[in-house]
Design a binder for this molecule. Structure first.
Ligand code: MSP
Length: 772
């Protein structure tokens, strides 16, 4: 089977559909911008193009995020899908269709695909017991309790009666397909990885879930929902109209399927290069022509992602430098397929070097001189000399080389060579200096030189602008107008790239007024972008702390009235604050200087608020001080919020009027309400190699499962903890220890010898109940 003959009259390309558990960031914008550049170029080449993007809205991850935010999954998904779509519109992304997997057209099509594969005998019912990574929505082949090999997050044990897809039946067929279609997946590293994964043997794949409901019901067995990756992958055909009886949908599907390019992030290649082709083979649907994987955008050394708290928003760059600057940077700086660093410094450097001082300056010089010396009318070139012949040859070479390089998605090299033409044109201008009449040159000769040089440089600019249009659409539109050529979008509709050749700018063309393209970024540009990010993070935190405010779609409300810092929908600022939470196990302080046998809840919260400022590592002995020891009576308990906003806490801050000893004894009810204490049940407890004091626990909060690392290993046998109900602080920002994420703290009383006694209940309490 071969699929190499791609249809050249039509072109269908797709971005991954984005999960709606997080707001869009630059990592998401990257794939979408790449697709937009491809789509724009294809259209300008006269190819009928369909560019699809959308949102992936079902699954356990979204259901949990919504539940924790106190919203229905549908409300939750609608809010975030709106954010994605809104951002793409603001960035000028020319998608032809935006699919949401909760739309009826998709639900219907995905059910049809499922039923078709089942009817062909490739889906059967079985029982699944194994590990599941909710974050990746992926089945993973690791022992219980082990982290996900891809994302490192804790996996959960799932035991369900499921429908299985006979993936094993496609092992040989897939390998044959890859062999016959060497360009199906790229880059080479992805291809090698995928082939080795398939060669290592394919097991049948569970393609349904029963333990939650937020998904597409399996036709004929509605208590099961379709596995979210089966659901998500099918968007590529349901968006075109697969499964619909409407003749228009059928025609669209016939016209555009198979997709020419599924553009994806490298970590989801297994789903696109193994599962998706296998589903399609099983259903008897032709396979896509190619899958192209981009690398990751890194920031501060790590993959830019919400959970790492190191994201940058596209809006920030757009506001300070413009959307074109972002597009140019991403495509020029990162060789497609490789990981690439994002930094504001590098962005500003590229912007100033290549755009402000490079292309922008060139355009401005030439347009201004044509106005100055020729009243804005393109002069006749006249007799050409070797420098014009050389520049023309360079431009023709750029036209010839740009296409294949761009079509291989090697945007960085395509731009690099095009910028050689920018600097050659600049050098040509400088060498001929049309602004300077040397002694001994007649007026007429000088006018001829000016005409020849400016007409030639303007033509080179026209070529550069046409080629760069898919990458810098806004700037190209401005330049096109300045060159008196009208709207570049109209030119694109008339397939202007099919006949791009030297000589298109005719003498007599009237330029329009010069307009700035890329004003030079000043020194403060980096700071402004950083400030915008900080400001956004701050306001997101504030929004998150306004309980239940339904008019804040981007920051769905936390589950309870209290601000929830660790909500799954937590803002990026919440996550970036993770490191401030330095204590993960908390003992109910039984202070040596003030021994008391009773431990009341107020004391617990007072200790907790101080523990937040502690630098004690959580695998330190439980009796180690949570804060550096201070003279007891002199330590006022002032909440962080009140430290920042003293006016809101007169009773706490007016220390002159209140004896210090009294302040250390009391906190307000608001302080206490900030701490989200909940009942959790221990599901897994195990020792951590080389960490004598730490246990790794998996606990169930009813609405979600968590991993917590606790410094109780010397006092509790892990096996004895399983099934036990404990109390945890549920809204602490996560923290990494020994490479593992800890998401909460246990409450325990601390005996005089430092031994912890876990807090518990005599009566039966439901999991997840809040302590008030
Ligand atoms: N919903 C799935 C895709 C289903 S497609 C049928 C998913 N969603 S995602 O929101 O987690 O990621 C969407 C895309 O964004 C992925 O291709 C991912 O690689 C990309 N990126 C997210 N963060 C990224 C970076 N920091 N850098 C580059 N791309 C990144 O996976």
């Amino acid at each position: 089977m071969t699929n190499s003959a791609s249809n050249s009259a039509h072109f269908y390309l797709t971005t991954p559909i984005y999960y709606v558990n997080a707001r869009p960031h630059l990592g998401h914008a990257y794939s979408t911008i790449v697709c937009d550049a491809i789509a724009r170029r294809k259209r300008a080449l006269g190819v009928e193009t369909w560019f699809l993007t959308g949102t992936d809205e079902h699954g356990e991850k979204i259901e949990r995020s919504a539940k924790q935010a106190g919203r229905t999954p549908q409300e939750f998904a609608t809010a975030i899908a709106g954010e994605f779509r809104g951002l793409w519109d603001r960035l000028g992304i020319t998608y032809d269709n935006f699919i949401r997997t909760t739309e009826p057209r998709h639900v219907h099509g995905a059910q049809k695909l499922f039923a078709t594969i089942r009817d062909k005998g490739f889906i059967y019912k079985g029982f699944y017991t194994g590990q599941y990574c909710v974050s990746d929505e992926a089945w993973v082949d690791v022992p219980p309790g082990a982290p996900c090999p891809d994302c490192g997050r804790i996996t959960e044990t799932v035991s369900e009666e499921n429908y299985f897809f006979k993936l094993s039946a496609f092992e040989r067929k897939l390998l044959e397909f890859y062999e016959a279609n060497p360009s199906f997946m790229q880059p080479e590293s992805t291809r090698r990885e995928v082939i080795s994964f398939v060669r290592s043997g394919l097991k049948d794949l569970s393609v349904s879930r029963t333990s939650f409901t937020w998904g597409i019901p399996i036709p004929g067995d509605e208590k099961q929902v379709v596995y979210v990756w089966f659901d998500a992958l099918s968007n590529y055909i349901t968006a075109l109209g697969y499964g619909s009886d409407d003749p228009e949908d059928k025609a669209r599907f016939e016209k555009f399927w198979p997709a020419n390019i599924h553009l994806i992030g490298k970590e989801i290649s297994r789903f696109h290069c193994v599962y998706w082709p296998a589903f399609l083979m099983a259903a008897g649907i032709p396979l896509p022509y190619s899958v192209r994987a981009n690398g990751w955008l890194l920031f501060d050394q790590g993959k830019m992602s919400k959970s790492r708290g190191n994201i940058v928003r596209a809006e920030t760059v757009q506001e300070v430098l413009g959307a074109d600057a972002l597009r140019y940077f991403l495509l020029r700086e990162i060789p497609f397929g490789q990981d690439g660093n994002f930094s504001f410094d590098a962005l500003v450097q590229r912007y100033n070097g290549d755009l402000a001082n490079g292309y922008g300056n060139l355009v401005s010089r030439v347009v201004n001189m044509v106005h100055k010396y020729f009243g804005g009318v393109v002069p006749e070139t006249g007799e050409t000399t070797p420098p014009e012949i050389k520049l023309r040859a360079l431009a023709e070479q750029a036209i010839a080389e740009f296409a294949p390089t761009f079509d291989e998605l090697n945007f960085s090299d395509a731009l690099k060579s095009l910028w050689i033409l920018v600097s050659e044109t600049d050098g040509y201008l400088t060498a001929n200096a049309p602004w300077k009449k040397p002694e001994g040159r007649s007026d007429e000769e000088h006018k001829q030189l000016q005409a020849r040089v400016l007409a030639t440089a303007a033509e080179a600019i026209r070529i550069i602008t046409a080629l760069v249009y898919p990458i810098l659409p806004d700037a190209a539109a401005k330049v096109w107008r300045q060159l008196g050529l009208g709207e570049i979008a109209d030119a694109a509709r008339q397939s202007f790239l099919t006949h791009l050749a030297w000589g298109g700018l005719k003498a007599g063309t009237q330029f329009s007024e010069p307009a700035p393209l890329f004003p030079r970024a000043e020194k403060d540009a980096v700071e402004r972008m950083q400030n915008l990010e900080d400001e956004n993070n701050r306001s997101a935190v504030e929004a998150a702390s306004q309980s239940g405010s339904k008019d804040q779609p981007a920051v769905p409300a936390p589950p309870t009235a209290a601000p929830s810092v660790s909500s799954v929908m937590s803002t990026d600022a919440d996550e970036s604050k993770a490191n401030e939470n330095l204590t993960q196990t908390t003992n109910v302080s039984h202070d040596a200087e003030k021994p008391t046998k009773t431990t009341n809840v107020h004391q617990v919260s007072a200790d907790l608020s101080s523990s937040r400022l502690s630098t004690t590592p959580s695998d330190a002995p439980l009796d180690s001080p949570l804060t550096p020891k201070q003279p007891e009576a002199a330590t006022p308990q002032v909440s962080e919020e009140k430290k920042q906003n003293p006016s809101s806490a007169p009773q706490q801050t007016s220390s002159a009027a209140t004896p210090a000893a009294e302040q250390s004894e009391h906190i307000t009810i608001d302080d206490f309400a900030k701490v989200e204490l909940r009942v959790a049940q221990v599901l897994v407890a195990e020792r951590i190699p080389k960490a004598d004091k730490l246990l790794r626990l998996e606990v169930d909060l009813g609405y979600e499962k968590r991993q917590i690392l606790a410094g109780i290993a010397q006092h509790y046998e892990p096996e004895k903890l399983i099934g036990r109900k404990i109390v945890i602080v549920a809204n602490l920002a996560p923290r990494k220890m020994r490479g593992l994420e800890s998401n909460g703290m246990l409450l325990a009383a601390s005996l005089p010898d430092g031994a912890p006694v876990l807090a518990g209940f005599l009566e039966e309490v439901p999991i997840g109940a809040r302590l008030k």
